[in-house]
Write a protein that binds this ligand. Structure first.
Ligand SMILES: [Zn+2]
Length: 408
């Protein structure tokens, strides 16, 4: 069961409106319209956050959309956001009149920025909304309303979990869980994972004060759209440590859980998974120049040190592989970790044995330092030298460990 570490390239950027069919006439928006749009967005956010009714700010022509907008409003009011802003983009396009929108409706980009209590980094997504001027119910003057969210050039672009479903925020110290109730034992297990990681990763820690944010979507579809990946392409991925914004280096990294796959996990399996993901968050794995076998092997090594009973299936899989085909001569490649790779689980298990081999030969602290060196962008030779060895020796020792494992 794989995990995935988001990298910038994995995140499709929201399309340029000029290239999208629904927005083929995109033009710089006139200032008056832009200011009215911004006032509406500010009004929506402020009203929702104080628990007021946003019904008058949303078109009633499309009841499905109106219900979705009511979910946003409820989420805005329910969660104690430390930051929440919706900023109108500078370009828009007019829409042909349809049954769902009034004449003169237009589509416009909206950048949402949001942060949770204790988060210094701010998540950011570009979304698209439809706006319209609609006459009041009493035939009064037309007022601007939010009229839809389906007409923009969205494709597989990511959207926040709270844009897609009802959420509550649950907290345990510096661990935060966004999900619909009930969430079972996820929060306490995530908090334990954060503690276990902080205790073990030493110099590899890149964000010592950062909270651990876990998002638990209600469906696989929400999981996929939260990441912004094609439908079903991440069906085999149990959870992802994902940068929540277009700039991987500055975005907060959240753990997003695949509810379908994790429903089958034992308590121990969930604890191992959360600890593994918490390593990615604490080391800010997404965007790290370290090779993927080390990023994943290191996360598993920390997770199995915290939960030794969890390593048996990985040991068994590697033992069978080596007995059948011999020990591999090289560390797993980048392609071995593609979300749809045929032997994804085996790539993780092999990577773990490679990381474990370093820890057992040179010590846990040496593995932390080796990881930190590669994470800083040092070469494999330089990183190995820091713990008094060479890449060749590391591979030889790993292969000897694998032969040893197969003999047991
Ligand atoms: Zn991972």
């Amino acid at each position: 069961m794989g995990c995935s570490v988001g990298v910038q390239g994995d995140r499709p950027r929201a399309s340029d409106p000029a290239t999208a069919s629904a927005a083929s006439t995109a033009a710089p928006i006139d200032r008056g319209r832009s200011e009215r749009t911004q006032r509406l967005l500010d009004d929506f956010v402020a009203t929702a956050r104080r628990g007021g009714s946003t019904a008058a700010l949303v078109s009633a022509r499309d009841p499905v959309f109106a219900a979705r907008a009511a979910v946003w409003a409820a989420n805005l009011g329910r969660v104690d956001w430390s930051q929440m802003s919706w900023t109108a983009g500078t370009r828009s396009t007019d829409l042909a009149p349809s049954s769902r929108t009034a004449p003169g409706a237009w589509v416009q980009s909206v950048v949402v920025r949001w942060a949770l209590p204790g988060q210094a980094r701010v998540a950011q997504e570009e979304l698209w909304l439809t706006f319209a001027d609609e006459a009041g119910a009493d035939g009064g003057p037309a007022t601007i309303v939010i009229a839809g969210d389906g007409a923009g050039p969205r494709g597989d672009a990511p959207a926040p979990i709270w844009w897609q479903q009802a959420v509550t925020l649950q907290r345990a110290g510096s661990t935060l869980l966004l999900t619909a109730r009930p969430a079972g034992t996820w929060l306490e297990e995530a908090a334990a994972a954060r503690d276990a990681v902080r205790k073990r990763i030493g110099t590899a820690d890149r964000d010592p004060d950062g909270p651990l944010v876990v998002e638990l979507p209600q469906s696989r579809a929400v999981f996929e759209q939260t990441l912004g990946v094609t439908s079903t392409s991440y069906a085999g991925v149990a959870a992802a440590a994902w940068p929540m914004g277009p700039e991987t280096s500055s975005a907060p990294i959240h753990v997003v859980v695949n509810p379908e796959l994790t429903a089958q996990l034992s308590d121990l399996g969930r604890e191992v998974l959360l600890t593994h993901e918490a390593v990615h968050v604490a080391t800010r794995s997404p965007g790290s120049p370290a090779p993927t076998w080390l990023v994943e092997g290191y996360a598993d090594q920390i997770a199995y040190r915290a939960h030794p009973a969890g390593r048996a299936p990985a040991e068994k899989a590697v033992r069978e592989l080596v007995r059948e085909k011999g020990a591999p001569s090289t560390w797993p490649t980048e392609a071995d970790f593609a979300p749809d790779a045929a032997d994804l689980d085996l790539a993780y298990d092999l990577a773990w044995t490679a990381a474990r081999s370093i820890a057992s030969a040179y010590g846990d602290d040496a593995l932390n330092r080796f990881y930190a060196a590669l994470d800083r962008g040092e070469s494999m030779e330089e990183a190995a030298e820091r713990i008094g060895t060479t890449p060749k020796q590391l591979r030889q020792r790993w292969r000897a460990d694998l032969a040893d494992l197969a003999g047991r």
